[in-house]
Ligand binder design. Structure first.
Ligand code: SF4
Length: 138
């Protein structure tokens, strides 16, 4: 089976704070399957570490007020291109990220409030028919 995963779940230090979201279940999948790792925020040209961002009224904004929507959508488009090329059987993404979140994301107020809805990349992949799951549902 071929699986695409959020790179931070595989232990890559690509999170906004320079850390990762290393996940035992994902590492197990990596041992047993062909895995492609992607970090849409880095692929969109953002540095690591970087200022955290949230989706506010449909636009991705960094906590310092800078609009980073273009970078987020560029990264999402690159992930879609890779998915179309690689045709993964499953895509496993990190929870609650403004890029990778599948079921929930923060509401844009930077106050820790969660709302229903996917991040930019997860949404694009789902809209294009790819089988996307939240890592918490593995
Ligand atoms: S964009 Fe996705 S892969 Fe990159 S650090 Fe955030 S959650 Fe992980």
């Amino acid at each position: 089976m071929k699986i695409m995963v959020s790179a931070c779940l595989a232990g890559e230090n690509c999170k906004y704070n320079g850390g990762n979201n290393r996940n035992g279940k994902v590492l197990q999948l990596m041992a047993e399957n062909e895995v492609i790792t992607v970090c849409p925020e880095q692929m969109g040209g953002l540095p690591t570490p970087r200022v955290p961002s949230e989706i506010c009224d449909g636009v991705v904004v960094a906590k310092d007020g800078r609009i980073v929507d273009t970078e987020f959508r560029a990264g999402a488009a690159k992930c879609l291109e890779i998915a179309r090329c690689e045709q993964p059987d499953l895509i496993v993404l990190q929870s609650r990220s403004p890029s990778c979140g599948v079921k929930q994301r923060y509401d844009g107020s930077f106050s820790g409030v969660l709302v229903e809805g996917a991040g930019v990349t997860a949404r694009l992949l789902i809209e294009n028919g790819f089988p996307v799951v939240d890592v918490e549902d593995l």
